[in-house]
Design a protein around this ligand. Structure first.
Ligand SMILES: *[C@@H]1O[C@H](CO)[C@@H](O)[C@H](O)[C@H]1NC(C)=O
Ligand SMILES: *[C@@H]1O[C@H](CO)[C@@H](O)[C@H](O)[C@H]1NC(C)=O
Ligand SMILES: *[C@@H]1O[C@H](CO)[C@@H](O)[C@H](O)[C@H]1NC(C)=O
Ligand SMILES: *[C@@H]1O[C@H](CO)[C@@H](O)[C@H](O)[C@H]1NC(C)=O
Ligand SMILES: *[C@@H]1O[C@H](CO)[C@@H](O)[C@H](O)[C@H]1NC(C)=O
Ligand SMILES: *[C@@H]1O[C@H](CO)[C@@H](O)[C@H](O)[C@H]1NC(C)=O
Ligand SMILES: *[C@@H]1O[C@H](CO)[C@@H](O)[C@H](O)[C@H]1NC(C)=O
Ligand SMILES: *[C@@H]1O[C@H](CO)[C@@H](O)[C@H](O)[C@H]1NC(C)=O
Ligand SMILES: *[C@@H]1O[C@H](CO)[C@@H](O)[C@H](O)[C@H]1NC(C)=O
Ligand SMILES: *[C@@H]1O[C@H](CO)[C@@H](O)[C@H](O)[C@H]1NC(C)=O
Ligand SMILES: *[C@@H]1O[C@H](CO)[C@@H](O)[C@H](O)[C@H]1NC(C)=O
Ligand SMILES: *[C@@H]1O[C@H](CO)[C@@H](O)[C@H](O)[C@H]1NC(C)=O
Length: 417
């Protein structure tokens, strides 16, 4: 039993490490600057002829360690060549358009003489299969963005079946650094849930007023955004009158394609205004400008409006706003805090995701946050005493019931004697 448990644990751990592994490569151009980035997982299933007129199937994964010899970047086309094992390779070619780039072909070269992968193969030659993915599932990505696809994509041709997933690729990297923006593949873009059919029955439970925040949105496939400390200051000495700390990631749709970007605090400047009934925080960097408008009504504040302007790496413009919000509410003189990741769908085409949020748009005293009003999501700690309390009550009840039953039994016992 113990042995089995240990074996199971070992298997689970082994599987775990296998599942978390990925192949990550960076290709530099002739100037030594990053020009092609790839992080992906590929599984292969290859049919081949084995001795004795048998058909055999080899199943293997692209290893983590690969060689990039043969990869190259040019102005309008690039080649990613990943060499692995005993003379095998996987090659993807890319071409560049005016505003986008795309994968054109995938070539798999397999050395059938590698008995470890192809045992008993009749041939000792290299089998080569090229698939034109020009206009297929591997969709286009905007220039200056990473192509991201967490979904599985299966390419089948010439007896070779390739499953690609957890793909993050950027070809034609500009200025030597990978973009923070993404073009997600169609398979990853969520289907917006169609509104539920209106319930004609009047006895239906009253639907709670739904803020524009509750629709589920996919968690971004980006690293957790870095928390920024954004302050609006007044006066010559620059005392803070509005403070906002958060990590922000923005999901936006351009022409139906979902893109995501993290707001990098480094390089993002904060400005704005502080008023009696309204305050504004303006965050801007070369690719995005966000305006958060807070209002003070009856000594309570809330986030009332958000407008977002984005210029993508390929020069496309995005603009969206929601001027009818009621988020991050607390009393003036306190701050609003929410550590957990929160997702807000602000419009059909715009979603914000925040982490480690703390804001105080009014009445900031001596550059410090006042007492925090925490969002309900963080209130799970309050549940623990309740759970403990309930458990204790239950225990006491059981003891009391057991005592009563025990007493009755004893009583009955004495009676019969
Ligand atoms: C690519 O360039 C980076 C610096 O830009 C360097 O650290 C890295 O070693 C280079 N990689 C190769 C394979 O030359
Ligand atoms: C890829 O292959 C590994 C081992 O061969 C397997 O555990 C894993 O489930 C496969 N993943 C996919 C998505 O096919
Ligand atoms: C092997 O596969 C080929 C084509 O896929 C087929 O024609 C042949 O009959 C198969 N041979 C055996 C022994 O299954
Ligand atoms: C591939 O590159 C590595 C170093 O980058 C080198 O040691 C190796 O010989 C190269 N292999 C081939 C087949 O060119
Ligand atoms: C590539 O682009 C650079 C700068 O845009 C240019 O100087 C160079 O001639 C181009 N090379 C080719 C082969 O087109
Ligand atoms: C195929 O290879 C296995 C070992 O990988 C060996 O045991 C078996 O005898 C081989 N079959 C034939 C028909 O050669
Ligand atoms: C490949 O196989 C052929 C015949 O099947 C043989 O003559 C040749 O020597 C083999 N080559 C290698 C490199 O094993
Ligand atoms: C790739 O697609 C474009 C149009 O989408 C087409 O003009 C071109 O011929 C295709 N290339 C190949 C190799 O099929
Ligand atoms: C600015 O700071 C100096 C000294 O720290 C102080 O004397 C002055 O009153 C301050 N001015 C304002 C407008 O707060
Ligand atoms: C922020 O930018 C500075 C200079 O622009 C750089 O030295 C620093 O490493 C950057 N920090 C991060 C976390 O990117
Ligand atoms: C907020 O509004 C109330 C009136 O509703 C006002 O008394 C208070 O001074 C305002 N707070 C700030 C910080 O301006
Ligand atoms: C944002 O875009 C809107 C509409 O295109 C435009 O009116 C506004 O001036 C832009 N704001 C900024 C700060 O770029």
């Amino acid at each position: 039993m113990i042995h089995r448990a240990v074996l199971f644990l070992a298997l689970a751990l082994g599987l775990g490490t296998q599942l978390t592994s990925a192949t990550e490569v960076m290709v530099n151009n002739t100037e030594g600057k990053l020009c092609l980035y790839a992080n992906l997982k590929v599984n292969f299933s290859v049919a081949y002829e084995a001795v004795g007129d048998k058909n055999a199937t080899a199943v293997f994964s692209l290893p983590d360690a690969v060689l990039t010899n043969g990869s190259a970047c040019a102005n309008s086309s690039s080649t990613l060549r990943l060499g692995f094992g005993q003379g095998h390779s996987w090659t993807m070619t890319f071409s560049k358009g005016a505003q986008s780039y795309q994968a054109d072909s995938v070539t798999v070269d397999l050395n059938l003489a590698d008995a470890a992968v192809f045992p008993n193969a009749t041939s000792n030659e290299t089998m080569s299969v090229t698939v034109n993915v020009n206009a297929t599932s591997l969709s286009k990505a905007d220039l200056g963005t990473c192509y991201s696809c967490n979904s599985q994509d299966v390419i089948r041709d010439g007896g070779v079946s390739q499953t690609l997933w957890s793909v993050l690729i950027q070809a034609f990297v500009a200025n030597g650094s990978k973009s923070q923006e993404m073009t997600s593949c169609a398979a990853d873009v969520p289907i917006t849930p169609s509104p539920a059919p209106t319930n004609t029955s009047t006895t239906a439970a009253p639907t709670t007023a739904v803020a524009p925040t509750t629709t589920p949105i996919p968690t971004p496939a980006l690293p957790t955004p870095t928390t920024g400390n954004y302050h609006v200051t007044t006066g010559v000495n620059g005392t803070a009158c509005l403070m906002a700390d958060f990590g922000l990631s923005i999901g936006f749709k351009i022409q139906g394609q979902l893109q995501k970007m993290n707001l990098e605090p480094n390089g993002t400047s904060a400005s704005g205004t502080c008023g009696v009934n309204s305050s504004q925080l303006v965050l801007s960097n070369p690719s995005a400008t966000l305006v958060f408008t807070f209002v003070n009504e009856t000594a309570k504040f809330r986030l009332h409006a958000v407008t977002v302007n984005i210029t993508t790496g390929s020069g496309q413009q995005f603009y969206s706003e929601n001027t009818n919000l009621s988020l991050w509410a607390a009393s003036v003189g306190s701050s609003y805090m929410c550590n957990k990741e929160q997702s807000y769908n602000l419009s059909e085409s715009l979603a914000l995701h925040t982490v480690a949020l703390r804001v105080q748009p009014f009445a900031v005293a001596s550059g410090k946050f006042s007492t925090a009003h925490e969002c309900s999501m963080d209130d799970t700690t309050a549940l623990i005493p309740i759970i403990v309390g309930c458990a204790l009550t239950g225990l006491i009840l059981i003891v009391v019931v057991a005592y009563i039953i025990g007493r009755r039994k004893t009583y009955v016992g004495y009676q019969t004697l």
